[in-house]
Design a protein around this ligand. Structure first.
Ligand SMILES: Nc1nc2c(ncn2[C@@H]2O[C@H](COP(=O)(O)OP(=O)(O)OP(=O)(O)O)[C@@H](O)[C@H]2O)c(=O)[nH]1
Length: 530
């Protein structure tokens, strides 16, 4: 039972070890897959957000820039070279009015001229106002002949953030005569940049210029500061976009950027790396946990099924073999399973039965040998005293039930000591053997000769009365007298005999015969006392 439990334990251990190997392999593969996928997902979220914000900015800015371009070009029907003339001034202001109505995002549209004058609707500049020294004017001069980059600034009165686009006005000789500029509110852009993401709460967007100076940022403290770390990772090639990661104050960041070079802006969408790592790790833990539980349950179930298919038949087989070897008369019902175990069971059973039969035969032989040994005198090979007692008891019992006569003879070699002393003990043995053979050959088949001890012999003669016993004794005497013993040793015996009667018991008849034999000795030996 213990061995089978061990087998069960081994199957369990092996399958569990296999399960762990499978778990480790699958878990590592799935974890790396999930990690890569998670990062890819986060990158794609960043990319899409960045693209949509960029598209929104471009969509917002495009009409403004077109308006700047248009209002400074001859297609507008206004000739700025005559900006000092009242008619032209009115035409310009009327154009500004129309554009402002057509494009609601325009906050201010105005033009400044080399003489420092300013043309703008609904605003009268102070007397000392000089357009030429204003930042928007300077920016347009710097960018000339193209439209200046979007320059964000905060309105002094309303504190509102605005972005300004300006373009130089040129005469036919390509000399600068002034600058036309449009200011637009940035609320829509700021709002678009500030939109949060549910999955990654730390995602935010911001805009910087090509030197890394932050132009628009949801954190109001950051505009005008320079982010050197990210700008060093962004390629210089114009209108490029891509993903990057960098370390910002112990925070690893993942970012996507989009250069809008006609504005001189770079739109960046970034997220704290920890923010994307956490959900990925959560997913990995949940998945690995499911794999562990699933694999362990499956393998344990398999181990249980395997064990019950393997161990149960083996247990039954063990029980069966035990019943056979213990020699149970009635064996329990046993159905041989229709598989290799069933075949082994049958073979073992046959083998066990065969071995048992063989064992029984050998046992019988051994018992017979043992019985012979225990009833035979080793030297003479005739019955020993134990056997003779049994024969006597049988005869006494028979006598008691049938009253058929039986007689007992007992004889002892005369002066046997002298034989030993003069010829040696081995010669004495030879004499004993010869004597036994002679007497055995003389008596009837139904009589039993036995060695009573030493040089004493007993003959039990069934169906023999005293008269017949005397005849038997004389025959024995004559045989001994006529036999040629080795070394011409003269062998005689003294014999006592009795017929068993009603007055006798086994003990008393033996005592009586022994006395008769003693008397024969005393009367000179070599004689019969009946
Ligand atoms: N060689 C041999 N001698 C035996 C055996 N058993 C008994 N003896 C000897 O038989 C002798 C018996 O001697 P005693 O009892 O003195 O009798 P005895 O010499 O035969 O003289 P009586 O019986 O008086 O005629 C002893 O010397 C025993 O050692 C045996 O198996 N082999």
């Amino acid at each position: 039972m213990k061995k089978f439990s061990k087998l069960h334990h081994q199957i369990f251990s092996i399958t569990t070890a296999l399960a762990f190997i499978i778990i480790v392999i699958i878990s590592v593969s799935i974890a790396s897959l999930l990690y890569t996928q998670g990062i890819d997902n986060a990158e794609s979220v960043l990319r899409n957000k960045n693209r949509s914000v960029t598209a929104l900015i471009e969509g917002y800015v495009a009409p403004l820039r077109k308006a700047v371009k248009y209002s400074g070009s001859p297609e507008s029907g206004v000739d700025h070279t005559h900006y000092r003339e009242q008619g032209t001034k009115e035409e310009i202001l009327s154009l500004f009015e129309i554009l402002q109505k057509t494009i609601p995002n325009i906050h201010y549209i105005f033009s400044g001229y080399e003489d420092g004058s300013l043309l703008i609707n609904h605003y009268t500049p102070p007397a000392d106002y000089n357009a030429v020294i204003r930042p928007w004017y300077q920016a347009a001069i710097e960018s000339s002949p193209r439209i200046s980059d979007g320059v964000p600034y905060q309105d002094i009165n309303s504190k509102e953030w605005l972005v300004s686009f300006g373009k130089t006005l040129l005469d036919t000789n390509m000399n600068v005569i002034g600058v036309i500029s449009i200011d637009a509110g940035m609320d829509a852009i700021v709002e678009a940049l500030a939109v949060k993401d549910e999955k990654y709460p730390t995602i935010y967007n911001f805009v910087m210029d090509t030197e890394g100076k932050i132009l628009i940022h949801p954190d109001e403290a950051l505009p005008d500061t320079v982010n050197k770390k990210i700008i060093s990772h962004i390629p210089k090639a114009i209108n490029t976009s891509g993903s990057l990661s960098y370390d910002d104050e112990d925070q690893q960041k993942l970012a996507h950027f989009n250069r809008i070079d006609e504005l001189g802006w770079i739109v960046v969408t970034e997220v704290n790396f920890a923010d994307i790592r956490h959900p990925i790790i959560d997913t990995i833990i949940a998945t690995v946990l499911m794999i562990v539980i699933g694999t362990l349950l499956t393998t344990w179930l398999m181990s249980y099924i395997l064990s019950s298919h393997l161990i149960l038949p083996l247990r039954k087989l063990q029980q069966r073999v035990q019943e056979i070897t213990e020699g149970k008369d009635e064996l329990g019902k046993y159905v041989f399973p229709n598989n290799e175990i069933g075949k082994i069971s049958e073979a073992i059973e046959k083998l066990t039965e065969k071995a048992l039969v063989q064992m029984n035969i050998e046992l019988k032989d051994k018992n017979a040998q043992l019985s012979t040994i225990s009833h035979t005198d080793q030297l003479t090979s005739i019955a020993n005293r134990r056997k003779m007692m049994e024969v006597l008891q049988t005869e006494v019992s028979r006598y008691q039930s049938t009253h058929q006569p039986f007689s007992v003879l007992m004889f002892d070699i005369d002066h046997f000591k002298r034989v030993n002393d003069s010829h040696g003990h081995e010669m004495g043995d030879q004499v004993l053997i010869h004597l036994a053979q002679i007497v055995e050959a003389t008596i009837r088949n139904t009589d039993t000769l036995g060695r009573w001890g030493g040089e004493e012999f007993v003959i039990v003669c069934p169906n023999t009365d005293k008269h017949m016993a005397l005849n038997m004794a004389e025959k024995v005497f004559s045989a001994i007298h006529t036999h040629d013993f080795p070394l011409q040793i003269n062998v005689t015996v003294s014999l006592g005999l009795s017929e068993f009667t009603n007055e006798h018991s086994l003990e008393s008849v033996l005592v009586e015969i022994d006395r008769k034999m003693y008397r024969a000795k005393q009367l000179g030996r070599n004689q019969i006392q009946a």
